[in-house]
Write a protein that binds this ligand. Structure first.
Ligand SMILES: C[S@@+](CC[C@H](N)C(=O)[O-])C[C@H]1O[C@@H](n2cnc3c(N)ncnc32)[C@H](O)[C@@H]1O
Length: 402
């Protein structure tokens, strides 16, 4: 159903997107779904394999969750800690790396939700797993364009990142030389800095360390990187799948089924290396591991304390947020044929149902008040007219963009 509200969000969209002023910064057009042959020979991560085999010899087979945790985030040899995996030269590329439009649309979404929350004086943008920092950088650029809308709100950026190596990359892109590592082990933030526009940026290892305050959280390709347990149905019931050393080849790992019963799960684990599906047990630490996100589990874990929206396909969300209007403006302002082609290719990757359009989903968690009708003031007689309906949430509802 086409919502006829949208006025505020539409104004924001036209304010940001009607001008081609933002330089078109084209990024590569390859994704986890668009596979190209890997370049060069595969280099096994011997130290990670040695670490895992020593551990398994000492404790017996380990759960898939422990395997994922070690392979991805081990502080010395973990994949995210030792690799620059994002981009055409890396193992995969994500939507914020494909096109700036992605972050721009999320910035408009964030500002419209900040407005719907009554324009709190403080706006903390919190990103979980910020990768190269491109999404945060695009969002902050649009916040700069919307400074008049944001008024005197005190805006700050808070990044929850487990990898110090990636945090250095993020700091370079977001703060240049205006930042430094914190030295006290007890400090909640392990790095602090300031953007060119003077906005404070802080880095944390854990979400719990982010200070309390009105916050908008972005988590893109984050939940699929968190460790999961895997289970298999056998004739004896559900059994947990574990990672063990292959007895035939002591330098190789294999999946085994635990003899004792556990809870069930059908989540899929996949590996990505050089933009190709990768055997998750081969060269641990050299490839990303990712699991299908169980949104119904997230919904159940969130409980009744929040309002959940979606998941809706990425294509639906981006179209609702006005990606087509933004594309038209950029195409009109772009005379160079190859940039136009890149622009169209990026749009296609982001929205085509066979690429990222359907497989990637948007899921929103909001304060329950955001979707509730305001209660009439106590003591007043009920009017005949009901209190106004809450504003629909942009992206999850079609806007009447003109
Ligand atoms: C697949 S990348 C996604 C990067 C970025 N959001 C994007 O879409 O381009 C996953 C990110 O989450 C971070 N990460 C993974 N596990 C984490 C954890 N447990 N705590 C904090 N960050 C984590 C990784 O270091 C990396 O920055």
């Amino acid at each position: 159903m086409r919502a006829c509200f949208g006025v505020k969000t539409q104004l924001l969209i036209s304010r940001v997107f009607s001008r081609p002023s933002t330089a078109v910064r084209w990024r590569a057009v390859q994704t986890r779904l668009l596979c190209s042959p890997p370049t060069g020979e595969e280099k096994p991560q011997h130290s990670m394999l040695r670490h895992l085999t020593t551990k398994i010899k000492a404790t017996g087979p380990i759960p898939v969750a422990e395997y994922m945790r070690e392979v991805l985030t081990n502080p010395v040899t973990g994949y995210y800690v030792t690799n620059d995996m994002l981009g055409p030269e890396g193992d995969f590329i994500t939507s914020p790396e494909i096109s700036q439009i992605f972050g721009e649309l999320l910035a408009v979404w964030a500002v419209s939700e900040w407005m719907a929350a009554g324009r709190p004086e403080q706006l903390q943008l919190v990103e979980l797993g910020p990768g190269k920092g491109s999404l945060a950088s695009d969002v902050l650029r649009v916040f700069g364009q919307l400074r008049a809308v944001l008024g005197g709100a005190s805006v700050s950026l808070h990044l929850v990142e487990v990898s110090r190596a990636l945090s250095r990359l993020q700091a370079q892109s977001l703060t240049g030389s205006r930042g430094q590592e914190a030295h006290g082990e007890d400090e909640p933030a392990y790095r602090r800095g300031e953007t060119g526009a003077g906005l404070p940026v802080s880095w944390y290892r854990r979400l719990e360390d982010v200070p309390a305050g009105f916050s908008i959280f972005l988590a893109h390709e984050f939940f699929d990187a968190l460790p999961i347990h895997k289970f298999q149905r056998t004739q004896k019931g559900w059994r947990e799948v574990m990672v063990d050393i292959d007895p035939e080849k002591p330098d190789q790992l294999r999946f085994v089924v635990a003899p004792s019963p556990t809870l069930a799960s059908s989540t899929l684990v996949q590996g990505f290396k050089g933009h190709r599906l990768h055997d998750v047990l081969s060269s641990p630490g050299s490839a990303d591991l990712t699991a299908d996100v169980d949104f119904s589990f997230l919904r159940r874990m969130a409980g009744g304390g929040v309002a959940c929206l979606g998941p809706v396909p990425q294509r639906t969300f981006l179209k609702n947020m006005g990606i087509d209007s933004r594309m038209q403006v950029l195409l009109r302002s772009c005379g160079d044929a190859s940039t136009r082609q890149q622009l169209i290719a990026s749009y296609d990757v982001l929205t085509n149902p066979a690429k990222m359009g359907e497989r990637f989903r948007f899921f929103g968690l909001l304060h329950p008040r955001r979707l509730a009708r305001p209660a009439p003031p106590a003591g007043l007689k009920l009017e005949k007219k009901p209190s106004p309906a809450p504003l629909p949430v942009a992206g999850f509802t079609e806007l009447g963009l003109s």
